[in-house]
Design a protein around this ligand. Sequence first.
Ligand code: SAM
Ligand code: SF4
Ligand code: SF4
Length: 402
Amino acid sequence: MKDERLFVKKAAIDKYKIYWLSITKQCNNNCLFCLDKENRKNYHLGLDEIDRNLALAQKGNYNKIVISGGDPTVHPDLFAILKLIGKYNFEKVQIISNGRMFADTKFTTNCIKLGVDEFTLSLHSHRFDIQDKLYGKKGAGQQAQQGLANIIKISRLLKVPSIINIDIVINKQNVTGLLDTIKYYSEKYGVYEYDLLYPVPFGSAYDNKDEIFFDLNEDFKYIKAVLDFYRENKDYFIWLNRFPAEYLEGYEDLIQDPKKIIDEARGRLGQINDLINNKKPFACKQEEQRCKLCNFYDLCQKLHEYVLVPDKSKKIKQLGPDDQFVYDLPVCLAIANKKIRNSSLNDLYPSRNIEEIMNFYQEKLYKLKSINCRQCSHFDDCAGVHIDIIRNKGFKILKPIR
Ligand SMILES: C[S@@+](CC[C@H](N)C(=O)[O-])C[C@H]1O[C@@H](n2cnc3c(N)ncnc32)[C@H](O)[C@@H]1O
Ligand code: SF4
Ligand code: SF4
């Protein structure tokens, strides 16, 4: 039976058109995995520019503002920004923060009074020692938890309901205690919504990769414990963000919506444009080790092959066996159905228009194999099956050939 929470999740996503407002590059933390470290500059977005952005958001019918950063709470004009937002007609105002500034009750009271009605706090553990290590500041974990307690207390006092959810970047330091962390924040503070983010190998996360990335083959059991707990406890909402889908056999409903990878690609338009039109590979491609950790790998690899394979009649090796390109089906299903189709590289992408290429990738080329496929004799030359088929039918349809 389908989990009803999926419909609630979908309704929550469909209800809002979200405008992301990043108001500062500064932060009061120095997280061991911060992807923004390279961009950490002494820079705050000015009020005039924010006003212009808000006017654009209103015009574009966005109905929810998400304030982020850096850490948005360190912007010296945060209250003026919230007043400005209040002049427009947005339905919801969410803030994403490490939570530390909310340890100040006056600060929190102001934020709630000025219209923030959803707080996403990045609380990566319930243990202060781990939190401090991940935040890169002694005492920061305790401060952030005090921030969470204050938001709850002050919302009640002011009789203004606040939605509170927690972001957790899963990493080597916290993965073993992930379930304990979720139980702790739900039992102690009544928080039931969690976004579990798989680390992106950029910024500090890559510099500190040995302390952040972990062996999923070894440690998936801790994540599985969380997913099983989620199955059993219907009060919880848990989302997986950028989580390697091949591990999610039996939990396919938790595979991230494929549209998300396209949204991420849109965030890399400059790089993609340079690749397609100037044949300039992504700068990050020089480090093979980084690519192995990157959730963008499949799309990135296929784009590079499309642009950089000199002989256009040559098939993309990655996608199929040398003289047969399995277009719609993975080898195991194609053989069973006698439906192997040949196709040349030129059939793959319809044009050089980035939007069309992205849509084509999402509709045709966004494919997956399961971890069990590693035992298949066709593993290296099989493209896998489209992500939507897996999301609907599950990895169990794949039958590794020994
Ligand atoms: C860049 S932060 C900005 C907002 C705020 N400073 C915070 O930490 O919540 C936005 C989200 O990205 C997460 N994040 C930071 N570095 C990351 C990484 N390398 N991989 C995945 N998520 C990351 C943070 O934990 C947070 O949930
Ligand atoms: S993840 Fe957020 S809190 Fe941590 S250093 Fe980066 S911007 Fe700051
Ligand atoms: S897979 Fe692509 S985006 Fe990711 S690190 Fe490698 S080159 Fe960069």
